[in-house]
Design a protein around this ligand. Structure first.
Ligand code: FAD
Length: 443
């Protein structure tokens, strides 16, 4: 491991954690990956973020940027480099309750955001886990529990503050620095360190929450039925599916969330999901406060506790795609296969409006393997879907290298992403975090 001098600039005094420090054990790793950085820096202000970047660059050390540490690639830490951990940069502020305008700093966790906003009757659809950090999710997408009603988290960002690789602090919105603002919403990891986001929240206190388990047929008809139900459902309904072995077939565990304040509204919206599949195995539903979906009980330090390999693809459901999904889920290597309903408000946004261009598909398919399964076994299981998917989401890709780039940022989006990564980060300071995705793709 590289030894780094612990003498730090005055503005970072007390904010450096090196291997001898008792705090190091809980700061060195991410959720998926055990790592051994030479130093973890804990800035609390944008100026300190700039100083942390200078500290790393002056010493020629690789930089990893961490908000919540839940990134699947594990690249929010490194071995022998510097981690800029934003967990102390975590303020959450309601700027204008009537306009539902909220400012969240990158190091806050979504559980804390939900908890704070619930006091104002507001909510932001983020993801399904409270320990995920604001920064990693809101620079790539944000497929949350209310995705069809709210769109992606990035679709509701109205302004950002970013520290560039050279330490400059920039404010970007639709009028100021529109290129930077465009890139942050989907490809933010390659342009700088986003320190804060201004986001338009939803007025929402409670949600309907239903858990439904059905037995599927073997040919995938249950999946096409699910997609048909979702296509016809009001946007208040979003759902996530987990496919699990069940006898000779599979069971489909559906979590349905309805953006509605009354149980009377929830029941008819969820009812068509109860008709899916060969047999209804279980069902329950309740009204719950929104923070119960991303609870503070999820908060925990990341110590590499969940090693895994994950890939994903966006698609429009069809008979052929449903059969391919069933094939992946039934593979002898037993990957965990999950589906997310997309569409709705996500597809109101023009493909070129943000650096997340996937605006016509209705389904996100995610597959993961856990040790002893590895990347090769996941790729082998994923083969039936590999040629069928039509795009991918950066944040459910644990190997964001060259091959992933064209699926995540296809066509003109990819061209613009490469140009803007090059413009805002000419020395490639943030590229190691992306496994040199853009740079490799240009070579
Ligand atoms: C259990 C679990 C559940 C999940 N559920 C969902 C879900 O429902 N929906 C969804 O959309 N995603 C979900 N994800 C994926 C999640 O969006 C990503 O893992 C995300 O990157 C995590 O954010 P983080 O801040 O915790 O990540 P970190 O590990 O801190 O960062 C990941 C990467 O993001 C970049 N980054 C982080 N902070 C910044 C910043 N401030 N500025 C610029 N770049 C930055 C860096 O490249 C970094 O390497 C889930 C992940 C896990 C592990």
């Amino acid at each position: 491991m590289t030894a780094v001098p612990t003498t730090v600039p005055a503005e970072l005094e007390g904010r450096i954690v090196t291997p001898g420090d008792s705090r190091y054990r809980l700061l060195r790793s991410t959720y998926t990956t055990v790592a051994r950085p030479a130093a973890v820096l804990l800035p609390e202000t944008p100026e300190q973020v700039a100083a942390a970047l200078r500290y790393a660059r002056d010493r020629g050390l690789p930089v990893a940027v961490r908000s919540g540490g839940h990134g699947l690639s594990g690249r929010s830490s490194n071995n022998g480099g510097v981690v800029i951990d934003l967990s102390a940069l975590n303020r959450i502020e309601v700027l204008d309750q009537r306009a539902r305008r909220v400012r969240v700093e990158a190091g806050a966790r979504w559980a804390q955001v939900a908890e704070t906003l619930s006091g104002y009757g507001l909510a932001i659809s983020s993801g399904d886990h409270g320990n995920v950090g604001v920064g990693g999710l809101a620079t790539a997408g944000g497929v949350g529990w209310l995705v069809r009603r709210y769109g992606l988290t990035i679709d509701n960002i109205r302004a950002v503050d970013v520290v560039l690789a050279d330490g400059t602090l920039m404010h970007a919105d639709a009028e100021h620095e529109p290129d930077l603002f465009w890139a942050v919403r989907g490809a933010g990891a390659g342009v700088g360190i986003v320190v804060a986001f201004e986001i338009e929240a939803l007025e929402l206190s409670n949600v309907g929450y239903a858990q439904i388990v059905v037995e599927t047929d073997r040919q995938g008809r249950t999946l096409t039925q699910w997609a048909e139900v979702m296509a016809e459902a009001p946007r208040e309904l979003s759902s996530a599916v987990m496919l699990m072995p069940y006898g000779k077939s599979l069971a489909m565990s559906i979590t349905a969330v309805v953006a509605a304040e009354s149980a009377r509204r929830v029941r008819p919206v969820v009812a068509p999901l109860l008709e899916l599949g060969v047999k209804l195995l279980d069902q329950r539903s309740q009204l719950a406060p929104y923070p119960a979906l991303v609870p503070t009980a999820h908060l925990h330090p990341n110590t590499g506790q969940q090693p895994s390999v994950t890939t994903n693809g966006l698609l429009t459901m069809s008979g052929g795609n449903a059969r391919a999904i069933m094939e992946v889920a039934n593979d002898r290597r037993q990957p965990l296969v999950q589906l997310r309903s997309m569409g709705g408000a996500v597809n109101d946004v023009a493909p070129e409006a943000t650096a997340y261009p996937h605006r016509h598909q209705d389904t996100l398919v995610i597959a993961s393997t856990f040790p002893p399964g590895d990347g090769a076994s996941l790729d082998a299981a994923w083969r039936p879907l590999a040629g069928r998917v039509d795009g991918a989401y950066l944040n459910f890709e644990s190997r964001p290298g060259r091959r992933a780039f064209d699926r995540v940022y296809p066509g003109a989006t990819g061209e613009r992403v490469r140009q803007l990564w090059q413009r805002y980060d000419p020395d490639g300071v943030f590229q190691p975090q992306l496994n040199e995705m853009g740079r490799a793709a240009t070579s």
